[in-house]
Write a protein that binds this ligand. Structure first.
Ligand code: ADP
Length: 408
């Protein structure tokens, strides 16, 4: 009996020990599973963060739309775009201001195919809204479905790229071509008209008239070649601006002298006075002498051209100051009415005929060449005018782009 009881006790003890061991093992097993889960979640979180960092590195705005059709993710560029409001959890209709965005999303959902479109939107309908004062905004909209395994929550992505800068420069180029063709068409049509007259039977026999026609044709041919020359200079300056320059130090005073020599005939014939005593002797500029000559030539020639009456005073000054080199070209002529001042640097802009004499030659490109050339040197130009008293073009060339080597 005692033996049997002992065996039973031992058996109970063994079973108890085995049971306790099993529970312990089970507990350890669950702990290990928990640990694996934590490690796995941490790895997932790190992976998610890495993906987000990658997507935040995109300069394009990226949105993800989930199975319920709500925005479930927006990268930094997208969040910046809608800085004022939270887009997460919103429907695309609530997020995107123009119906064309929604149409593209629906089309992509329906056809399960990417949709790529270029949109030009008035500012208020653009995602950037009134924050950007750029008239219209141009966007590349790229919507594509996502496979379920790519991102468990999202069914499609919407990518937005701001193309406004490219759109605007394309627009400027188109305007330039349109304006240039228009400006060239007028003199060419005149030349063609006179040529037709000359080719008429017997027209060449009247030598006096033929000579007059040829004179007019020659004047308009000059205009065509000046426009073409100016356009070439502008396009050279625009094709990489600074790269188009050949930068070397040169003495500014001698550049002024060269320009005045080239304009001497006009200065003498108009009995004008050009005072360049305010140009510091020995002042050196590091830049492209060809363009600086063109800048001074255009500014001084403009002053003379716009004021053919005798007795015009033109003053040229150039001084080295703490913030850089200041170059001013001023005249006391007819001036530029204030309503025209903001536009005179635009291509083909000429102040209207009641201000300028219609016989004054010009392409309307001179000042835009001046501005481009100064900007290509890292400088700025501005104009002020009190008609009849002083019209002044002021150039500032910042100190770091210049060598201010005062000799003598
Ligand atoms: P243009 O070839 O007609 O001279 P610009 O671009 O050089 O073209 O100048 C644009 C317009 O600015 C000129 O048509 C002229 O009306 C005006 N302008 C420029 N400089 C002067 C000046 N010194 N005095 C008066 N008007 C000027």
């Amino acid at each position: 009996m005692t033996i049997e009881l002992s065996i039973l006790c031992i058996a109970i003890l063994i079973i108890g020990w085995l049971w306790a061991d099993r529970i312990k093992k089970q507990k350890r097993f669950y702990q290990e599973i928990q640990q694996v889960k934590v490690i796995h979640n941490e790895a997932l979180e790190a992976e998610r963060k890495r993906h987000e960092l990658l997507l935040d590195g995109l300069s394009d705005a990226l949105f993800l739309v989930d199975q319920q059709g709500l925005v479930c993710y927006a990268n930094i560029a997208a969040r910046k775009m809608f800085a004022e409001r939270n887009v997460i959890g919103q429907s695309p209709q609530a997020v995107f201001p123009d119906a064309r965005f929604i149409e593209a999303i629906h089309q992509c959902e329906h056809n399960k195919q990417p949709v790529v479109q270029r949109l030009v939107l008035p500012q208020q309908l653009s995602p950037l809204g009134a924050r950007e004062n750029r008239g219209v905004n141009a966007w590349l909209l790229d919507v594509a479905p996502l496979p379920p395994e790519a991102y468990p929550q999202a069914k499609l992505r919407v990518l937005l790229r701001d193309l406004t800068a490219e759109f605007q420069s394309e627009q400027v180029r188109k305007d330039f071509v349109a304006n240039a063709s228009h400006e060239l068409r007028t003199p060419l049509a005149i030349i063609q008209g006179y040529l037709e007259n000359l080719l008429e039977a017997g027209a060449l026999r009247d030598q006096q008239q033929a000579a007059r026609f040829l004179g007019i044709m020659s004047k308009h041919t000059d205009r065509v070649s000046r426009i073409v020359e100016d356009m070439l200079v502008i396009s050279r300056l625009e094709s990489g601006e600074a790269a188009a320059l050949s930068i070397e130090p040169f003495e500014f005073f001698s550049c002024v002298q060269d320009v005045l020599e080239r304009l001497e005939h006009l200065i003498v014939s108009q009995q004008a006075q050009v005072d360049f005593g305010g140009v510091e002797r020995g002042l050196m500029i590091t830049g492209d002498r060809f363009y600086w000559t063109q800048v001074l030539f255009n500014l001084i020639e403009n002053a003379l051209k716009q004021n053919p009456r005798p007795g015009l005073h033109v003053t040229v000054t150039a001084t080295a100051q703490a913030d850089g080199i200041h170059v001013d070209v001023a005249d006391d002529g007819i001036g530029i009415p204030s309503s025209h001042l903001p536009f005179v640097f635009k291509r083909f802009y000429r102040v209207d005929q009641n201000h300028t004499n219609s016989s004054i030659k010009g392409t309307g490109l001179g000042l835009s060449i001046v501005k481009r050339a100064i900007e290509a040197h890292g400088g700025q130009i501005s104009v002020s005018s009190t008609p009849g008293r002083e019209t002044k073009f002021s150039i500032l060339l910042p100190v770091d782009r210049t060598v201010m080597d005062q000799v003598g």
